[in-house]
Design a protein around this ligand. Structure first.
Ligand SMILES: [Fe+2]
Ligand SMILES: [Fe+2]
Length: 276
């Protein structure tokens, strides 16, 4: 497979006057098997930025959702206005309610739309929990086994049960993997499963050790110092040609990765293009 990925939604934008940054994530994927959209941002920038970068939302083969959080799903309704009937690949927990609580105020951070509304606008949901091939060479991870001892998840992400709040491990977190002639291209959502778990799983499922590029949210910004340093140490052991940090990676982890990866590191923001 050949792939060209253009970041449409991310927390920063540089030099593209006319494009909009937001706390969110979306990537437009042009492949030899058709065009796909991975995540939709929170809904402020997606339409504007698709126009700005001349990315056609009306010819998508499918929309792929990394996980249920609103900063990845909030643009879905607007995107459907352009696509009409379209396949939407995601985990069956897409519509769960999940929360964070700040200063005593609870906020629902799940997808801001009901399933019926999205279906009435053309979404055809295809749910998966296991590793799945979307088209030849384009793979969706399914649930990622949580194996490392140091990737413990974000304790501020919550679900509610009859006893009160419990941690949401975001079991629905999925990663997109393109198996290209140049190696794997790994497109992260927020890496709620742990970036090292994700890379290990991508290698195990594809048998491909060489990673041409890995980019997206790593969630290292909200991780402990130990998790940050152990994750970065572990990443150095893989055969990674390029690593791009975005969204929930934060400045400190990005700086560390830049120090460790040097020229192989890139800051991955609105308008960044990754091509094989
Ligand atoms: Fe996110
Ligand atoms: Fe998230």
């Amino acid at each position: 497979m050949k792939i060209k990925a253009t970041v449409l939604c991310e927390n920063c934008v540089f030099f593209h006057a006319g494009a909009i940054a937001e706390h969110g994530w979306s990537v437009y994927l042009e492949t030899d098997q058709g065009n796909f959209l991975f995540d939709t941002g929170q809904g402020k920038g997606i339409i504007n930025n698709a126009h700005y970068f001349h990315k056609d939302l009306s010819n998508l083969q499918g929309i792929i959702i990394s996980h249920h959080h609103h900063d990845h799903t909030g643009g879905l309704l607007q995107v459907l206005e352009y696509t009409g009937k379209v396949k939407v690949y995601s985990h069956p927990e897409l519509f769960k309610n999940s929360y964070n609580v700040r200063d005593g105020v609870e906020k629902n951070i799940g997808i801001p739309f009901r399933r019926e509304i999205l279906e009435s606008r053309g979404a055809e949901f295809i749910f998966n929990t296991d590793f799945t091939e979307i088209v030849p060479g384009l793979l969706l991870s399914g649930e990622i086994p949580r194996k490392t001892s140091f990737e413990t998840g974000d304790t501020k992400l919550l679900l509610k049960n009859e006893k009160g709040y419990i941690q949401d491990i975001v079991a629905d977190d999925q990663t997109l993997i393109a198996n290209t002639e140049k190696g794997l291209v790994i497109v992260l959502g927020c890496s709620h499963s742990g970036i090292v778990n994700i890379v290990n799983y991508a290698i195990a499922k594809t048998g491909q050790q060489h990673i041409h590029a890995i980019f997206g949210g790593t969630h290292l910004d909200r991780a402990s110092k130990t998790t940050k340093s152990k994750s970065i140490e572990a990443l150095k052991q893989f055969d990674i040609e390029k690593i791009g940090t975005s969204h929930c990676t934060g400045l400190e982890a990005s700086m560390h990765l830049f120090q460790e990866f040097g020229k192989r590191f890139f800051f991955c923001n609105v308008g960044t293009v990754i091509e094989t």
